[in-house]
Ligand binder design. Structure first.
Ligand SMILES: [Zn+2]
Length: 124
């Protein structure tokens, strides 16, 4: 049996409350890259709640099969609640200007937040 890892990605725009997670599926035995990137919205009545394969991210030949498997995991309310809790933690960190997440995002080269940080530096 081959283990797969799900990596969670959240929107880092502090003004945005999209209430979504991107789950990227990884298996270092199969590939160095992500095998599937799956978008999922916490508001099940919202627009495009998913889960679906995210069209803006690369997908592998296994993506559709992995989407089915991840769909099973996403039927667990406890797992969804944990993801939603992680979403809130990220948004709370983004709302705190002193939180180290801002440095991490700037170093990762997020264009929008990187500019905002640079602007703050110039003002000082
Ligand atoms: Zn967002």
């Amino acid at each position: 049996m081959t283990p797969y890892a799900l990596t969670e990605f959240y929107c880092v725009d502090p003004q945005c409350d999209c209430r979504r997670v991107m789950l990227s599926v990884f298996n270092p035995v199969v590939s160095k890259g992500f095998l599937a990137s799956i978008s999922f919205g916490f508001d099940r009545e919202g627009e495009d709640p998913g889960p679906y394969l995210d069209p803006l991210n690369p997908q592998s030949q296994y993506a559709n099969a992995l989407l089915s498997l991840v769909g099973v995991v996403l039927s667990d309310p406890a797992y969804i609640a944990r993801l939603e809790s992680h979403y809130r933690q990220v948004k709370e960190a983004l709302a705190d200007e002193k939180h180290p997440i801002h440095g991490i995002i700037a170093r990762a080269g997020h264009p929008r937040l990187g500019r905002r940080r640079a602007r703050r530096k110039r003002i000082r």
